[in-house]
Write a protein that binds this ligand. Sequence first.
Ligand code: MN
Ligand code: MN
Length: 467
Amino acid sequence: MSDKDLYNELSYSRKNVYEIITDDEKADMFKFCDSYREFLDKGKTERECVAETVKIIEAAGFRPLDGFETLKAGDKVYKINRGKNVFAAVIGTDDIENGMNIVGAHIDSPRLDLKQNPLYESEDMALLKTHYYGGIKKYQWTAIPLAMHGVMFTKEGKKVEINIGESENDPVFCVTDLLPHLAGEQMNKKLANGIEGENLNILFGGIPVGEDVENKVKFGVLKLLNSRYGVTESDFLNAEIEIVPAFKAKNVGIDESFIGSYGQDDRVCAYTTIRGITDIASPKRTAVALLVDKEEIGSCGNTGMLSAYFEMTVAEIVEKIKGSCSVTAYNKVIRNSACLSSDVNAALDPNYASAYEKNNASLAGYGMCVIKYTGARGKSGSSDASAEFMYEVEKIMNDNKVVWQSGELGKVDQGGGGTIAQYVANLNMDVVDCGVPVLSMHAPFEVTAKTDVYMAYKAYTAFYKDR
Ligand code: MN
Ligand code: MN
């Protein structure tokens, strides 16, 4: 063997997915990504992602868990929590005490939420106050078309779904920004302070209506809201209204190699997880797809990963398979389960290369990435997967010809982040982050490479099948 061949055999290097995949796979990949873009357009909130997911899994034969008295191998079930979480499972042929294969993603994304008393009038304009959700660069949310999605209740208790700005003929909304001509003072501020959180106010209306009314424009929009939805201003007090980018998911690049869209963190992993589990007919180990909410604000709340919802659903499944769920049986199920925390990673951005460490950063186009640890300042807040579990996961990827890479979020001490992995690990389960590299993460328009989306789907399917 020549030294060159030996060097290639002994050393590690990554390859671009296009150097590896077949023409058939490439065609399949582009088709898969067309469906993924449709999912992104239909699911712009956690509630909408749940509704779309239910359509996909129902079509694949999954049925509500509540409708089953007992469960047997091959049964496909799902349970929804408060319209914001999905737990979908295919019951395995193996004893569930030997563990489940779980892939968990989150379906909440950074956005602007309306405050509870949002509406006011200023200079003959109606505006809505917001409180941002998750980690955003505030300047990115001004001067772009925004849509309004959410839920309100009338005084009589009728639930009203709000969805304005998505249809071709719908109006959109926006946060206005100061013109450069007058922005001397603003432009000299730090980027973080250039746009203040209290200035992320939505332009909502502008026609004055009525006589002897203090706020005529506010009166005009309230009349419109009342005639269209039957609501009054005080009905905002209990509403959940999310302001999200109004544009659709698009192919990016002249060769259409990328996808640009709002909400790819983490709906890219949610969609690939769901498509993965619908491909599984009769697995050895019970396969679980878990979609959770509130990851972007700390996995808190009764719909976040820290909610007991996950454990309660596992107990219900064990009981329906075995007739009862003893503490011993439950503990064995959890201890023997394995989880891929499917979440995105930062792809190396050539415009900001100095924020990354090239050998360990994930590269767009180089496949699904496995992230051993997250966290910040010395891995703080990370679950740090074991070498044993890393080996197992990597072997499954290699055996199934999944193109994958290792990924770390940025340079040491550059910053950091977390996922649901640490909370899954706290249950006493093996878990590692596995996901898709993203450019412009948390921006209104995030970018992924189609190759990596497709490889994530292949990875989750392989994990369900072979772990
Ligand atoms: Mn995420
Ligand atoms: Mn995120």
